[in-house]
Design a protein around this ligand. Structure first.
Ligand SMILES: *Cc1c(COP(=O)(O)O)cnc(C)c1O
Length: 363
């Protein structure tokens, strides 16, 4: 049996008729970028998250970059971010000339909220939390610290569409919830797409201007904007998928529960859930001190796995100029050496999953 880490066409097949109808509707409409489909998706996604406004964009990275920029955060400012996140989270900061200040993760792979306070300086402008692998961060503690120091709070929800903390949806705790709809995400498009949700009307208006060359009225460029427009095709397809997101997330939760119950190997550390936190299992991430051997062993049995992520941002070649060294963030470095993401995808069969579980237990 061959098991891929991710299989995207099975969820397409589940809702194929709906997707095809939406795609045809767009093709026949004669309008392809920023139109009624984008508006309809923005309204539907704002309602889903419970926020007032949603601004559709080109990607999750743009959602982060433009959110930081719209808050006026730039050169000389510091933004607190966890040391084990995806590079895009950090790029959202550095693309604006601001400085990332890394804080180590906790045992749930999210920012260790107890360590945020020590990282605050008089240049700190914001905290940017990533709900990594689909599990909500410790938002009670994050919000409390952000309030105490009057910091902006931005959430990277690229992996947490629909995941709640204490019953509240991720993306609704601060000024901005930044989402990616890259095809592999739980709410994935069929190309690149992203969005920001917020309750702040002026902030949403600014993002709307920024995404379209800084203009509200065509050719009246009020600010230096970018092209980060969402297209009608992705918006229409996303609205179809949004209608099934709860069911899709539920399916992943059940797959995760089967891994939880089935994997019994003292060499493997299973993912843990924080009290009050929910995970939508964007990834199912285990840890093993013999990670590379385990990955090679699984590959030999035709089981594909991935590493999210092998190099923490502070050690990435592109950030050599930050002057960080190996050993600066030991927890993030340990995770980078030990984490392994198992196959998990909509439509994964019981037989496929049992094969993975059996091979893991035999390692
Ligand atoms: C995918 C991802 C992004 C970037 O999203 P794109 O749409 O690929 O630009 C940002 N942050 C995290 C945590 C992600 O997983």
């Amino acid at each position: 049996m061959q098991i891929k880490c991710n299989v995207l066409d099975r969820q397409f097949q589940m809702y194929q008729a709906e997707y095809e109808a939406a795609a045809l509707r767009v093709l026949r409409s004669g309008w392809y970028v920023l139109g009624n489909e984008v508006l309809a998706f923005e309204n539907a996604f704002a309602a889903y998250t419970g926020r007032k406004y949603c601004v559709g964009l080109n990607s999750g990275l743009d959602a982060l970059i433009l959110s930081v920029r719209a808050l006026g955060i730039g050169v000389g400012d510091e933004v607190i971010v966890q040391s084990n996140t995806y590079i895009a989270t950090v790029l959202g900061i550095t693309e604006n000339g601001a400085v990332p200040v890394f804080v180590e993760p906790d045992e749930y792979y999210n920012i260790d909220a107890a360590k945020i306070e020590a990282a605050v300086t008089d240049r700190t402008k914001a905290v940017l939390v990533t709900h990594l692998y689909g599990q909500a961060s410790n938002m009670a503690a994050v919000v409390e610290t952000a309030r105490k120091y009057h910091l902006e709070l931005i959430e990277d929800c690229a992996q947490s569409h629909g995941a709640c903390f204490d019953g509240q949806m991720t993306g609704t705790f601060g000024r901005a919830g930044c989402f990616s709809f890259y095809p592999t995400k739980n709410l994935g498009a069929f190309g690149d797409a992203g969005a920001v949700v917020t309750d702040d009307e002026a902030f949403a208006d600014k993002l709307r201007m920024m995404r379209n060359y800084g203009s509200k009225v065509r050719y009246h460029n009020e600010i230096e904007g970018v092209n980060s427009r969402l297209d009608e095709m992705q918006a229409a397809l996303l609205r179809v998928k949004l209608g099934h997101l709860s069911a899709l997330n539920q399916e992943r939760k059940e797959l995760a529960q089967r891994y939880d119950a089935g994997i019994v190997n003292p060499q493997i550390v299973l993912p843990k859930l924080r009290t009050k936190a929910e995970s939508i299992y964007h990834q199912y991430v285990i840890r093993c001190t013999k990670r590379d051997a385990l990955q090679a062993y699984l590959a030999k049995q035709d089981i594909q796995t991935q590493i999210h992520y092998p190099i923490p941002p502070h050690l990435a070649a592109c950030y050599a100029h930050l002057g960080c060294h190996k050993g600066d963030y030991p927890i993030a470095e340990q995770y980078a050496d030990q984490v392994l993401s198992l196959p998990i995808y909509t439509g994964m069969t019981g037989e496929e999953q049992q094969y993975v579980i059996d091979r893991l237990n035999a390692f």
